[in-house]
Design a protein. Structure first.
Length: 135
């Protein structure tokens, strides 16, 4: 059976790194913008505790992004753990927000659909069984 790769494992890791780093940078530097872009006006009130958690989460996103970028050449070796982390993060953050919080549409779909697409790429790479090198 021939499997079509959405993206190679290496490209999945690099593209996921860029996608996640974009959010990480925003969480660290402009948490107010993250909230105003993604949630309805008046539905939230940020305080020092929110900023504390959001900036720390942004730093963690940047750490994961760095891992993705640096491990891209050996992505198949790390794909199972990366896929688990990708889906855990997606479920707890954008998908949970989409289902349970007053999100701002259509902007919040960037996070939701982006994580769906890259999650599908992760699963597709796993299904290819490590035969996903573009070289």
């Amino acid at each position: 059976a021939i499997r079509t790769m959405l993206l190679s494992s290496e490209t999945t890791f690099k593209a996921s790194a860029i996608f996640m780093a974009t959010f990480g940078i925003q969480f660290v530097l402009v948490p107010d913008r993250v909230m105003s872009d993604n949630f309805q006006d008046g539905a939230y009130e940020l305080d020092k505790w929110h900023y504390f958690i959001m900036r720390g989460m942004g730093a963690a996103f940047l750490g994961v992004s760095t891992f993705y970028w640096n491990a891209a050449d050996d992505a198949d070796k790390y794909m199972k753990g990366a896929t688990f982390n990708w889906f855990l993060t997606s479920i707890l953050l954008p998908w949970n927000a989409q289902m349970n919080l007053p999100v701002k549409m259509p902007m919040h779909l960037v996070a939701v659909l982006g994580t769906v697409f890259f999650g599908a790429c992760h699963v597709n790479c796993l299904m290819a069984g490590g035969k996903s090198k573009t070289k």
